[in-house]
Design a protein around this ligand. Structure first.
Ligand SMILES: Cc1cc2nc3c(=O)[nH]c(=O)nc-3n(C[C@H](O)[C@H](O)[C@H](O)COP(=O)(O)O)c2cc1C
Length: 394
């Protein structure tokens, strides 16, 4: 083999130093990267509040491991474009994706729910505000906002809350049904997490490494359950005593129907039987969900319920699923098994913690890109082409 001296012309491009990207949001390629960035930005107790599940976190792990059972059977030489858009409750959505309700969102990053709602609106997908949110329904702007309801023991109070959501232009009511009592979040107990977080020796030591988070928290509007506590005067014990009416039953759906005129979604269905009852009760959509593994431990992985539930009620009601979706391929998997759309909770909170609204936008755009790539790789031109010939649980 003859050798030669490389020319300067060939060496020069190799030697050009590239400045490292310091912005963790711009640097992120996957949701896992944003999760790692989020962890570095917020106190441990806050990260654990987002990340944790109930009891031994078996439901939490099952949610994720169900996606490892997915096998795609691609069709080749299909040609054409890949269009991930759909309609949800009759409104167009650019992706089969909904941002799930999460309580106390401003604790993760001070910009909170308004930033998440703006990112969702820009991306053309719905965002669901939680009853336990830190922004009042009247203060949120967005094109397709849904309101998540916990029925309170005080029914008059519940009725007022629904009227406020309706007047503020919320498009759908999402009734969460998997919380007759709060789940046992062991991480929060161990971390001594209080809502809002208090300064203790432990939080001060941890906070010393996250000064920016503490600075933002202390110099912006104090955290409060804005939908339910107008002046921020409710003590946490009072909130606890009023919330989570364990006497809500299927019969209450008729009552909700009387006071809410828009689409009704039931979130937290975990069996085919309950999915049938939800459909018979006139729900416009249901969410197969175990609250991200934060309520009942050892429940079924929602993804694994999708085929049977879609077969049982998919012709009458839209079937959504959440828990463990961390990539566009996961969305394709859920849709292929029969779900109309998926919800994500923790992933957009990772984006928010890592970089505010830009972080949430990045999460949605990564999922978009990954979903389009998956559609192309499995040979589907639209998400309606995804079916159980292409996606199966092995
Ligand atoms: C920090 C956090 C707070 C949540 N708060 C609520 C809530 O207020 N209401 C509700 O219906 N679900 C709540 N959820 C559950 C989510 O709506 C969703 O079901 C779950 O996060 C989906 O799982 P994933 O996080 O793996 O995407 C919360 C989840 C998290 C992580």
């Amino acid at each position: 083999m003859t050798r030669r001296v490389p020319r300067w012309r060939e060496l020069r491009p190799l030697l050009q130093p590239r400045s490292p990207e310091l912005d963790p949001v711009k640097r992120a390629h996957t949701l896992h990267d944003l999760r790692a960035a989020a962890r570095k930005r917020v106190p441990k107790a806050v990260f654990d509040y987002v990340e944790g599940g109930a009891d031994d976190e078996i439901s939490l792990r099952r949610n994720r491991s169900a996606f490892e059972r997915i096998e795609f059977s691609p069709q080749v030489l299909i040609g054409g474009d890949a269009d991930p858009s759909t309609t949800l409750l009759g409104a167009p959505a650019k992706l089969p994706l909904i941002l799930a309700p999460t309580g106390y969102t401003r604790m993760m990053q001070h910009v909170g729910e308004p930033a998440v709602a703006s990112a969702a609106t820009e991306a053309g997908i719905p965002y669901t505000l939680s009853t336990m949110g830190t922004t009042a329904p009247e203060d949120l702007k967005g094109d397709n906002l849904w309101f998540q309801l916990y029925v309170w023991r005080d029914r008059g109070f519940t009725k007022d809350l629904i009227a406020r959501a309706q007047n503020a232009g919320f498009k759908a009511l999402v009734l969460t049904v998997d919380t007759p009592v709060p789940g046992n979040r062991v991480r929060d107990v161990r971390n001594g997490l209080t809502l809002p977080p208090r300064l203790s020796l432990k939080t001060l030591v941890d906070g010393a490494t996250k000064p920016r988070w503490w600075w933002n928290m202390l110099t912006t509007e104090p955290l409060r359950f804005a939908a339910i506590d107008g002046d921020g005067s409710m003590a946490p014990a009072e909130v606890g005593a009023k919330m989570f009416d364990r006497d809500v039953t299927w019969a209450d759906l008729a009552w909700l129907r009387e006071i809410w005129s828009g689409p009704l979604v039931i979130k937290g269905i975990q069996s085919v039987k309950d999915a049938r009852t939800a459909a018979e009760s006139g729900a416009d959509a249901l969410v197969l969900s175990n609250h991200g593994g934060r309520q009942l431990d050892r429940g079924p992985a929602p993804l694994e319920l999708v085929p049977a539930v879609a077969d049982a009620v998919g012709d009458r009601t839209e079937v959504y699923v959440d828990g463990g979706i961390r990539s566009g391929a996961d969305i394709a998997a859920a849709v292929g098994l029969g779900a109309r759309a998926v919800l994500i909770g923790r992933p957009y909170l990772y984006g928010l913690m890592a970089g505010g609204q830009a972080g949430v936008t990045k999460v949605i755009s990564i999922l978009h890109e990954e979903l389009v790539r998956t559609l192309r790789l499995v040979g589907a031109n639209t998400i309606r082409d995804l079916d159980r010939a292409i996606v199966r649980l092995r």
